[in-house]
Design a protein around this ligand. Structure first.
Ligand SMILES: *Cc1c(COP(=O)(O)O)cnc(C)c1O
Length: 233
């Protein structure tokens, strides 16, 4: 297979972000790009770093730990975006900077308890099953405020906001409705929690196929894999 042109792909994605920000009145500085590098070799991550990309998202713990060790660069921020088994929380708390997929009080408590003292608090987002799909990960929207409230006192977590992977929608307005629901849930929790969670601002939503709809509805973290690294097969 031909090597993807990572620098060129990153430029294309960054230009698309800038354009969508102009179209929807967003400040480009408020939209962060997470390069989702699952299944991709370390050489491609190095190519992305050479092009100025330092946030990487990984789904599979063992694979991620190998890459973190191989790259061994404190400038890189590692984001865990996969399913969390509670017997894996110690390694996640020890090696990642961000976790986007917290969906239970038990996992949150373990991540806080197991976050090493020499590292800053772990930045976490609560994953919400925003489309209420039977088989999907994430807390039900109605249960998200209580979960965030329960997490608020955990000393070694910085609770940054909400994450979702909405069900595919038939068109752009349908996509936007799903993302808007996550934004409104964040705003509601912000109001309820008042000043207790000053950092509760982020919305991790939007992937390669629905980036612009996510920007329109307030995404602060786009999780982009395919458009940067090519398809996964
Ligand atoms: C794989 C993955 C992505 C990236 O998806 P692309 O369609 O390749 O951009 C984003 N978020 C999560 C949670 C993923 O698992």
């Amino acid at each position: 297979m031909q090597e993807p042109d990572i620098a060129g792909n990153l430029e294309t994605v960054r230009n698309a972000i800038t354009e969508a920000c102009a179209q929807f009145g967003r400040d480009p500085a408020s939209v962060n790009l997470l390069a989702v590098s699952k299944t991709k070799p370390v050489a491609l991550l190095h190519a992305a770093m050479a092009a100025g990309q330092y946030h990487f998202g990984e789904n599979y713990l063992q694979e991620a730990l190998e890459k973190i060790e191989a790259i061994d660069d404190p400038a890189v921020q590692w984001h865990y975006i996969g399913a969390i088994q509670s017997n894996k929380t110690r390694q996640i708390a020890g090696h990642f900077d961000w976790v986007h997929t917290v969906a239970s009080a038990k996992v949150a408590r373990r991540l806080s308890d197991q976050r090493p003292d020499n590292l800053p608090p772990l930045k976490v987002l609560v994953q919400v099953n925003i489309s209420s799909e039977a088989s999907k990960a994430g807390v039900a929207p109605a249960d998200a405020p209580a979960l965030v409230a329960e997490m608020a006192d955990l000393p070694r977590l910085e609770i940054r906001g909400l994450m979702a992977i909405p069900a595919p929608a038939p068109d752009e307005s349908g996509q936007r409705a799903e993302f808007a629901a996550l934004r409104m849930l964040r705003d509601r929790i912000r109001e309820e929690m008042g000043s207790k969670l000053p950092a509760f601002t982020d919305l991790s939503m939007g992937m390669s196929a629905d980036m612009s709809a996510a920007i329109a509805e307030g995404a602060t973290w786009l999780r982009i894999g395919t458009a940067i690294f090519g398809s996964r097969d």
